[in-house]
Design a protein around this ligand. Structure first.
Ligand code: NCD
Ligand code: ZN
Length: 359
């Protein structure tokens, strides 16, 4: 019998994560903290995290909810609104509180009601970020109801992103959770010098839009941006497994209570954190690219964010396990189904460095 295939990589980071707050935070955080060294934490709480004080308080709540001995570091983001104050955001950046600004077009997704209604209103902020080298993380979908749901990312590139990057030639930007071949091509065209990067979720690498309609309506396969056609999924797999520096891991793990998903108007969001790295290993294995998983998961993100890679490792073994049907009242991705890779025990972790050093 041959030994099971094991895979050791530098510890990865999650460059797009929803941790929520309160009880939900305490329930979902351990899964991310067991796998990832750091995570870019999304600010779409109710109310959103828009100021330095709120971000510091949220960071403290996250750290307080960590399992003891965990070295996981939350990297905080600022939620951009029409009223965003460039001075406040610069202060958060200089003090090492804000790692980036998150831009949701108003009403594009869950808790985005306070998002930016018109990009022209935040030009002073974007100019300031450009001069600071502070990354802008963009949810890239138009909200125009006349635009077909499946075209909203591609139309966003034409209507918003191209003009934005032309007007601000040094602004550093992450095109978050890309879902289309058009987005992949756009990122490649603007990736020179580490200017534009993109996160890719595990679920967008694993499912296409059919998953939402498999034998009936499947709310747990619904997220935003919505999964697209198979040809787009293939383009995402090709980009993620290419090793190109512009593409990096961002789960967009977005837990919602079962009742909020299984509803006449269900919330968008897929909870992948309980297999947050294992699902990517499956994709890379299927693509014959396991040797490139480390670049995508552990190296490209830190390079874009100008941070050192993590200094410890994580090991996966090719041993299947079954994802629970429900975790803390949330139905995870692949609920009740098989996950091909298992996380093995990682070496004992060293003492937690002081949090003031983040990001
Ligand atoms: C996210 C959420 O639930 O907060 N939902 C999602 O479908 N991805 C919001 C977001 O990132 O769009
Ligand atoms: Zn998200």
């Amino acid at each position: 019998m041959t030994a099971p295939h094991t895979l050791t990589l530098r510890r990865p980071d999650d460059w797009h994560l929803h941790l929520r707050d309160g009880e939900m935070l305490r329930a979902v955080l351990p899964a991310s903290a067991a796998r990832f060294g750091r995570a870019i934490v999304m600010p779409n709480l109710r109310p959103p995290v828009t100021g330095v004080a709120e971000a510091l308080a949220y960071r403290e709540r996250i750290v307080a909810a960590l399992p003891s001995g965990s070295r996981f570091r939350p990297l905080m983001t600022c939620y951009a609104t029409d009223a965003a104050d460039p001075d406040e955001i610069e202060r958060g950046w200089s003090d090492g509180v804000f790692a980036a600004v998150k831009l949701y077009p108003a009403h594009a997704t869950t808790n985005s009601d306070h998002g930016v209604s018109d990009f022209s209103r935040i030009v002073p902020l974007l100019e300031r970020m450009q001069s600071l080298g502070m990354p802008l993380l963009v949810h890239g979908e138009v909200t125009d109801p006349a635009v077909d749901m499946f075209d909203r990312e591609a139309v966003f590139i034409e209507r918003v992103l191209s003009p934005l990057l032309a007007a601000l030639p040094r602004l550093r930007l992450v095109f978050e959770h890309v879902t289309t071949a058009q987005a992949v091509a756009f990122v490649r065209a603007h990736a020179a010098g580490g200017r534009v990067g993109a996160t890719i979720t595990a679920h967008h690498l694993l499912i296409n839009r059919n998953a939402m309609f498999a034998g009936g309506l499947r709310p747990h396969a619904y997220c935003l941006p919505v999964a697209k056609r198979e040809r787009h999924r293939k383009a995402l797999v090709e980009a993620a497994t290419s090793g190109e520096a512009a593409f990096f891991l961002g789960t967009d793990s977005a837990p919602h209570p079962v009742a909020a998903k299984e509803s006449a108007c269900g919330c968008a969001g897929i909870f992948t954190a309980p297999a947050g790295l294992e699902l990517y290993a499956e994709v890379f294995e299927q693509a014959g690219a396991l040797d490139r998983l480390e670049a995508f998961a552990s190296l490209n993100g830190p390079r874009f964010y100008r941070l050192p890679p993590n200094d410890d490792t994580i090991t996966l073994v090719r041993r299947p396990w079954t994802m629970p049907a429900e975790i803390a009242g949330v139905v995870p991705f692949r609920a009740g189904e098989e996950i091909a890779w298992t996380l093995t025990e990682t070496p004992p972790l060293a003492e937690t460095p002081p949090l003031a050093e983040t990001p």
